[in-house]
Design a protein around this ligand. Structure first.
Ligand code: ADP
Ligand code: MG
Length: 389
């Protein structure tokens, strides 16, 4: 087993150094923008050439995850490695770690890429999570139904995102077939929460132990995919939002995570706040920080992994973000971008993806207004104008 990179945890990685991102999507792209603005060079390790992150980076290494020689070549060229997805094989992180610090590291990844491990770790630390039951064989589904009631939600233990790898289980009669159809060999059954709201908290921690928490975001999903984020949360959620921030800080300390962490929460109809899942990276709900906060989540990621002082997370003005998914491209025609910019308080972000596919995140809009609801109304109206006849 490789020994960890010898550099001391307190070392600061200064501008002029090279930062490496594992993953080639939009999170890597926006990270590259922030890092370069601060004078860093950026390299990307990705599976396909010329993707969103590569377009912004100084250079790319294109190879499959299991090409550990390519991972070694990549890590030797950078001063610090970070990631844009928790679904990166641990072997990649362990290989990279021989040549450069990897932030967040293997422990945070190991926990957040496995839904059962994630929930058990948090539960053991006394943090409330969605009630769950691990499923390894069809009989476990019976126990789950008894414990959680039906319908319940079944998720693959690994690799899910944007609602992929999830299914509502109404009856356990055909458990065998259902598990086969889901694929994988471990699943988690979760109580279906009667959601009053979903919120998320972004928190950063640097290797010196400094932490900084963003204001809590209120999230609305459509088809299990984030649709709208707004901040600050409506006043009825103030107390829950404060609880969520405390919990997020507790989680980042629990994992001793170096970098950025997003904690997704459910709030049920009785006001109970519970952790849904962890993402040890920038998060879609944090995209509004680019325009609306003093320090964007991507700059904060740079500061955190480089052990620089963390930036001020203050929200400058109430704001909302709307995702732009592939279905906005009708018969391959791009939306009328000029129309969403007719409001001077609306900003367009596109990720440079060539092919628009339904459900694929192609970009987002952010709007600011005098309150968060107005910002949400504005951002939705501007998104509608993109495709209005
Ligand atoms: P993903 O990794 O796809 O984001 P999540 O577990 O966050 O997976 O699920 C996506 C969305 O599906 C959630 O944000 C929520 O809207 C809904 N959902 C997931 N699990 C539950 C649950 N146990 N109860 C109610 N809604 C859920
Ligand atoms: Mg989620």
């Amino acid at each position: 087993m490789a020994s960890p990179h010898p550099s001391s945890a307190q070392e600061t990685i200064l501008p002029g150094s090279t930062l490496g991102v594992l993953g080639g999507g939009q999170l890597g792209r926006m990270f590259a923008h922030a890092a370069q603005r601060m004078g860093y060079h950026v390299g990307v390790f990705c599976q396909e050439s010329g993707g969103p992150a590569s377009q912004a980076a100084d250079w790319e290494v294109v190879a499959p995850w299991d090409d550990l020689d390519a991972v070694e070549r990549f890590a030797k060229r950078v001063d610090c490695v970070t990631l844009e997805s928790e679904n990166i094989p641990l072997s990649v992180v362990q290989t990279a770690l021989r040549f450069a610090p990897v932030r967040p590291g293997a422990r945070a990844l190991e926990i957040s890429q496995h839904r059962i491990r994630e929930k058990q770790t948090l539960q053991q630390a006394g943090i409330e999570v969605t009630p769950f039951h691990p499923v390894q064989k069809p009989e476990d589904m019976k126990v789950a139904a008894k414990l959680l009631g039906t319908p319940f939600i079944l998720k693959t233990a690994t690799m899910g995102y944007d609602g992929k790898g999830q299914r509502l289980i109404e009856s356990i009669d055909d458990a065998d077939t259902v598990l086969q159809a889901m694929g994988g060999d471990q699943w988690i059954a979760e109580k279906r929460i009667d959601l009053a709201a979903e919120v998320s908290v972004l928190v950063a921690r640097n290797p010196s132990g400094e932490t900084a928490c963003y204001p809590t975001f209120l999230n609305t999903h459509r088809n299990h995919i984030l649709d709208i984020t707004q901040a600050p949360v409506p006043t009825i959620w103030n107390q829950a939002a404060g609880e969520a921030q405390e919990l997020a800080l507790k989680v980042v300390e629990l994992l001793s995570l170096d970098g950025l962490l997003c904690v997704e929460f459910f709030i049920d109809s009785s006001g109970t706040v519970m952790v849904n899942e962890l993402a040890p990276r920038p998060h879609n709900s944090g995209h509004l920080t680019i325009n609306a906060c003093l320090t964007s989540q991507f700059e904060q990621q740079v500061r955190a992994i480089c052990n620089l002082p963390l930036g001020d997370t203050q929200l400058l003005q109430p704001a909302a973000m709307a995702n732009l998914l592939g279905e906005l491209w009708q018969s391959d025609q791009p939306p009328a971008w000029n129309r969403c910019l007719e409001s001077s308080a609306c900003w367009l972000h596109l990720y440079g993806k060539e092919k628009a596919i339904a459900g694929r995140k192609m970009g987002h809009l952010t709007a600011m207004a005098s309150d968060a609801q107005q910002a949400a109304d504005l951002v939705v109206a501007m998104r509608e104008r993109l495709v209005a006849k």
